[in-house]
Design a protein around this ligand. Structure first.
Ligand SMILES: [Cu+2]
Length: 344
């Protein structure tokens, strides 16, 4: 199977509809604790965008919190937006239709697109208008994303859901032996406000304008209290900080080491072992995580560690947050390796 198909498979496998469960908090934060009762919501995945298709922007109602309606501003009714997965060297095309009542434009963040295709605020599409974005994908393989870029409206649009993955697949990566398919997992991390559940209210007061609009609960791929079942093997996670302002200090609840293999511009020169790293809004970092040391039944939580930062008010940078619980449930091997060198 081609690598692109494998990524597609991974994205689609997770795209199944989440069964309704009551809103619950993480049941257990102990290190590697064996859970007697699992709670939370299975990690969701946005649908994969079909190249050449239509991206329609409109208000939509989705169930972010099971059984509760959230009005989002979404592409094709999906929050987060549909994931673009495209091979380097091919031509990307999306027919954008603005069915929202405000000007809008799509910026392909980190993607090397010609000026008129790059969704500059000056090129906003008026309500009811449409525009065809098309350009050859010349970027290195890596994790990029797209988001609203309308003048004075970008922050609100993104907070309300208008953002999605743009993953560039480079066949040259195949020889590296990185985990693929069901073991290559995109994770879009965003923060929202507990007190607003189930709404995505964007109503900044002065403190938010000065320090950034922050939330106090994390959504991953639009999933509250998410969990993801993993096998005792090596995974690649593509982390995107899709938050408006929150900086995450990414780590695991047991301080386990893992490897960073790629950042905003694609693969690094070598895999770097760390136990934590900062991920700022808009940044992407791809990591390799080996779950083989765990036993079936254990879990480990992807967290944001506390750190001190300037700021004031109810919502602060540096708040400790649980992001995603990994439940170790299987023994399937990914066949992936941590490459000694990552050729450019
Ligand atoms: Cu951007």
């Amino acid at each position: 199977m081609k690598r692109r198909e494998m990524i597609l498979k991974a994205l689609q496998t997770g795209a199944l509809i989440t069964l309704a469960k009551p809103l619950q908090i993480f049941a257990n934060e102990k290190k590697n604790a064996v859970l007697t009762e699992l709670t939370g919501n299975p990690l969701r995945f946005p649908p994969v965008f079909t190249n050449g298709g239509t991206m329609t922007l409109a208000k939509s109602n989705v169930n972010v919190w099971p059984g509760q309606n959230t009005e989002v501003l979404a592409i094709n009714g999906s929050y987060p937006g549909p994931s673009v997965v495209i091979q380097k060297g091919t031509t990307f095309t999306a027919n954008f239709i603005n069915n929202h009542n405000e000007p809008a434009t799509i910026h392909w963040h980190g993607v090397n697109a010609p000026e008129l295709m790059d969704g500059h605020p000056k090129d906003a599409i008026p309500p009811g208008g449409s525009y065809t974005y098309t350009f050859p994908v010349i970027n290195r393989g890596g994790t990029y994303f797209y988001h609203s870029h309308a003048d004075m409206l970008t922050a609100e649009h993104v907070y309300r859901g208008f953002a999605g993955f743009f993953i560039v697949d480079d066949p040259a990566e195949l020889i590296l032996g990185l985990p693929r398919g069901n073991f290559d997992i995109p994770l879009c991390i965003q923060d929202r406000r507990n007190s607003d559940i189930p709404d995505f209210n964007y109503n900044p007061v002065m403190n938010d304008i000065m320090n950034g609009f922050l939330g106090d609960t994390a959504l991953v791929n639009g999933t509250p209290e998410p969990y993801f079942e993993v096998s005792r093997t090596l995974y690649r996670f593509r982390l995107l900080n899709g938050s408006n302002a929150r900086i995450y200090k990414i780590a695991f609840s047991d301080s386990r080491p893992f490897h960073i293999i790629a950042t905003d511009g694609g693969l690094k020169d070598e895999a770097v072992q760390v136990t934590s790293f900062f991920l700022s809004p808009g940044e992407r970092t791809d990591i390799l995580v080996d779950f083989s040391p765990y036993t079936i039944g254990q879990n480990v939580i992807l967290k944001s560690l506390p750190f001190t930062a300037p700021g004031m008010g109810t919502y602060r940078q540096g708040t400790e947050m649980n992001l995603l619980r990994f439940d170790v449930t299987g023994n399937t091997g990914s066949g992936g390796i941590i490459p000694a060198v990552l050729p450019r």
